[in-house]
Design a protein. Structure first.
Lengths: 208, 208
């Protein structure tokens, strides 16, 4: 069994969406003073690797604790779109082997950026035509290698198309070290209750 | 494939060790004001389900990000010790089928407590004789169903015995709904860098 970590490391200088940093580590107890070390962690619900629930965009919609965990655990395909600049369009996906129910992780040139680089407002993103194509294919989950999956869409069309079709969205993956092939994907969000998203740890398991 | 969530739900009123509550959810953006909902999460590194790294008790020791993830992912055995009151001693473990390298999850009467009950200072715990016995058996990981694995040991003997033997410690599991048998265990800590522990999500997978 091989485990590949595809999570974004979380530290105070971790890249944040539009550079709105939220991660704070506070020391609560130290070994010198208390005989034990304990910390307090603060982070945005969309920090690093995270899963968006429909409540991120839709009032009173499903929160992250209401999504069954089998929505984030299962066989997956990593596809290589590192040659695409700017927007990923539907036509960039046509030649890929994508089937109904697939968990699709898209590796782009975003994964070449450092995990603590300033926010790149020109990140590669998934445009509405590509989202619509994936909705038609009826995939189960999309994983993306930046802190957002869309930009330049004031009405959040990519998110809305995917969420309306009940396709789970995992953002903030790190795929630069991952070959484009099939794996077993496990992405576990923190067990927070009632929030619109949760930070998560994501791995690929090979040789199961 | 069946997924059983064995994580402690995280909310502001979640039971905290010695009732020192640390979990805070803050609203950062709302759909009404901002068109999108975003939250900030604060929690102790030992809130709910979490993994302790050696740096919890030993200065400059390994932090949670330095532990390879295969230490928390693999076949496991859930054993039922719900009949034990107070301390679990070595002799309570003698009749169990425990082997070298095992990931051992101990289900106790702690799992009958509500996830938001006041802290129970009389929780069932693992005493030093039991820890020493598991060290001799050379297990790989111990999972326990309360926010601590020991009490009434000012020198943290249970933790130190297990940590010195490189046995991983997962605390804050919820096992009341789980039958005592073999499963595939996946426990993924948040990818925090440099901390002595991390909150984690833990599942059992059956039928893999």
């Amino acid at each position: 069994m091989e485990i590949i970590d595809i999570s974004w490391p979380l530290r105070p200088d971790t890249t944040a969406y539009k550079d709105h940093k939220t991660i704070i580590f506070t020391t609560k107890k130290t070994i010198d003073s208390d005989g034990v070390r304990e910390s307090i962690l603060t982070c945005g619900s969309h920090s690093g690797t995270h899963i968006d629930a429909p409540a991120h965009f839709i009032k009173d919609a499903e929160t992250i604790d209401q999504a069954p965990l089998d929505r984030f655990v299962g066989p997956c395909k990593v596809v290589d779109l590192t040659h695409v600049q700017g927007a990923i369009h539907a036509h960039d996906l046509y030649d890929l082997d994508i089937e109904e129910g697939d968990f699709l992780l898209i590796k782009t040139s975003n994964s070449t950026l450092s995990a603590t680089a300033p926010f790149n407002k020109d990140f590669v993103y998934l445009n509405a035509s590509a989202a619509q194509y994936l909705v038609e294919l009826d995939i189960g989950l999309i994983g993306f290698d930046y802190l957002g999956i869309e930009r330049q869409q004031p009405d959040h069309q990519t998110h809305r198309l995917l969420m309306d079709a009940d396709i789970m969205i995992v953002e903030g993956l790190r795929l630069g070290h991952v070959a484009a092939k099939s794996y077993f994907f496990v992405c576990l969000p923190l067990a927070v209750v009632g929030l619109e998203a949760a930070p998560a740890r994501a791995i690929l398991v090979g040789g199961l």
